[in-house]
Write a protein that binds this ligand. Sequence first.
Ligand SMILES: [Zn+2]
Ligand SMILES: [Zn+2]
Length: 147
Amino acid sequence: MTQDAHKQRYEGRCLCGSVSFVIEAVFDGFFLCHCSHCRKGSGSAHASNLFSSTATLTWLSGEELVSHYQIPNSRHARNFCKQCGSPLPRIVRAKDDEAETDGGLVVPAGCLDTPLPLLPTAHIFTGSRADWDHELETIPQFEDFPR
Ligand SMILES: [Zn+2]
Ligand SMILES: [Zn+2]
């Protein structure tokens, strides 16, 4: 059995559907990053990124719409759809992200359509949490819009 035999196939796309892709991966980690960059980039309490050092990424459509942004003089970068702004996977060639160590592929969990076989590994950069990001499981919950 080769390492590739253990890889699973994941499909994903952006919100507008223009960009779609396939990933063959074994994910090494799944981190919820609360740093200020990830909060800005996601517009939410944290980014939710999967990491793999051996994954392959194939764009199926819309590759020309994939934009890259790197904060100057920082290790923080993100890929996103030029049309709808959705976060998209990116290949890391060096140490350019807080949670990345060995290079590989970073995949925003929300852009995948294939169910994931793993739960998040850890919350990271919790020292940078938003001031409203505490005990969120304890507030009222509704299956759809509150009535
Ligand atoms: Zn899009
Ligand atoms: Zn972060």
